[in-house]
Design a protein around this ligand. Sequence first.
Ligand code: PHE
Length: 416
Amino acid sequence: TSADTLTIRGDTYPVDAKTNTPINILGKVERQLHMQEGHPLSTLREIIESHFKDYVKLRPSTPVVSVHQNFDELGFPADHPGRAETDSYYVNGTHMLRTHTSAHEVEAYKTDENAFLIAADVYRRDEIDSSHYPVFHQMEGMRCFSGEQGLDFIKADNARLAAELEKCPIIIEDDTVVGPSNPYQECHDPELATEIMKNLKHSLNGMIFKLFGGSTGDEPLKVRWIEAQFPWTSPSFEVEVWFNGEWLEILGCGVVVQKTLETAGMGHKSAWAFGLGLERIAMVLFDIPDIRLFWSTDPRFLDQFADGKITTFKAYSKYPPCYKDMSFWLPDDAASKDITPWHENDYCEIVRDIAGDLVENVKLIDDFTHPKTGRRSLCYRLNYRSMDRSLSNDEVNVLQDKVTGRVVDQMGIEMR
Ligand code: PHE
């Protein structure tokens, strides 16, 4: 990695005006937490893999994909918000860090196998709080049915899956009426589409029971299916689980759009796909209160976990927090000064770049527009706390000063 190139997992990419991937993010690419033996994310991966035993396991070796793979070939419209530089890490104009494991669906379909499970690290620019981190981990599962297998094959498989579910105390709220807002695809025979959707639902309900079924005490597990939208699936769903008194959204899924399969040269097949985030599920199952803990190398964290077992995390200590407020005026007329419009994610990127995992959350506490001048001022509270040690006030002041210097320099704002 030099000034005009970035090297990521052995491959070198030229940088250009679109590059917005900071060096500190590239350091995380090597960690591969989902493959680290005994790590909660790896245990969760193994449990999910054990549910989908016969599926081909794919572990893409680099997080760099083309913009085409991440968005275009999945049918994302040109103006989809996920494409924004404020939301995604671009390596350059043509390549980026994948924002989801769906970026590998088409290349997987091309292999002509019929069942896949992908596990990988994914990257998104975001706010800073206990449940958001710029790197997280996803799993993607897909199942294809070839034309020759036919309707009877899927029906028989559905009967087998339904029989297995009979043994699981699970209440499924499923009023997802497929209709105009979430249609079967026109090119699908409705009977076939119904059976594929059933196959998807049975497969995922079984997996969800395997994950959560042991944690609800005497109550049966409650799951609900809600209509959703993804550019490469129709109909599409989000699935939520009732856990600790609230609905927890755990995955997105649907029947794969036929055009996506055609792109892979597999237009003669039909398929379903799902994607889920490992951190969100691991946080509730292992009772891990802060997403930064997954990145801890402290033995007081790692030694609490054994490979393959879901156990409850015991907080080893909580060091004191230290917060600092920062108030500033946004630039009057960003356009004329050649400054990109204000975006909280850009601000958080600078904070993370300087303070790393020492910052616990960043909260907007005041947003004020001057009645006469129309100038807008914001006040953010930066809450610093280490998970491993006590921070001194002096050390936090140094961080806060550095953040102040950088945001003034780079974002054209004026401190109050
Ligand atoms: N990739 C989607 C996400 O990150 C999840 C998804 C995967 C949805 C596969 C449908 C099919 O939210």
